[in-house]
Design a protein around this ligand. Sequence first.
Ligand code: GLN
Length: 308
Amino acid sequence: MPEITQTMLEDALAYGRAFTSQGKTAQYIPYLRQVDRDLLGVSVQTVDGRRFSAGDSKTPFTVQSIAKVVALALALQDRGEKNLFSGRVGLEPTGDPFNSIIRLEVDRKPYNPFINAGAIAVVGAIKGRSGSEKFERLLRYFKKLCGSETVSLCGEAYLSERETGDKNRALAYHLKATKMLEGDVGEDLDVYFRMCSLYVTAEDIAHLALVLANRGLDPATGERLMAAEHARIIRTLMLTCGMYDGSGEFAVKVGYPAKSGVGGGIAATLVDRMGIGVFGPALDVRGNSVAGIAILEYLSKAMDVRLF
Ligand code: GLN
């Protein structure tokens, strides 16, 4: 298997550049609409301590749905696998858009933790006496997983998110009406809006992906940040559901677990080898970074690492 090199990463970035003009920034959140769609960055961190970056790898962007990975890891720690997956959220891909409500009427339980309904149910499962306590815990954990103290709330994105979040409100109140959410829905929604609005960089999400690739152990500090079994569950869900209704095509093209967000980030994980973070805010119709996918596809071919 060819090893990753700085030249390979720069070639991947150059390849990805041709794709930014094929997408659009997320239009439904005003804050995201105005982000420069030509930004593009990639970062790689290997389990044996090598780090490579190219392009806009230090430019902050909002983490959006990649936060669902962190929320899931914390809820798994708080409640355990059995409690979380038997009563609160499922393990099945939907093939529906990430904010779809359609299946909630038929099956009370959201299908998986990476669609919005499932992520809101996961936030409901995080321990804390109030929304702010939950968020504080989540943010502390976020910083550890990203190996970065600079992860912080983007106030403008948060307000924008809250202002245009009626679909998410509909999902949350539906979950409450069917007794799938038991606490204060308003507070849980607020935690959800906040976690989506956290500022990260491609380097930060590469580190998050690295911890998942290294089975829950941060190779930089030697600290165990999640149980190996939880990291395995999360990687599996990333493969089946991480790219929303584009997960099947992504598995064929790229072939390793990844989680995207409508801010343009993708965190991809190659078990026992490396974490990759990409950032390119121009999205395809499913809400995935077009150039980000192109970069990951380039790298997976260059390193010959497709799982199947
Ligand atoms: N904040 C976004 C939303 O709830 C996150 C969705 C995403 O990244 N797919 O709509």
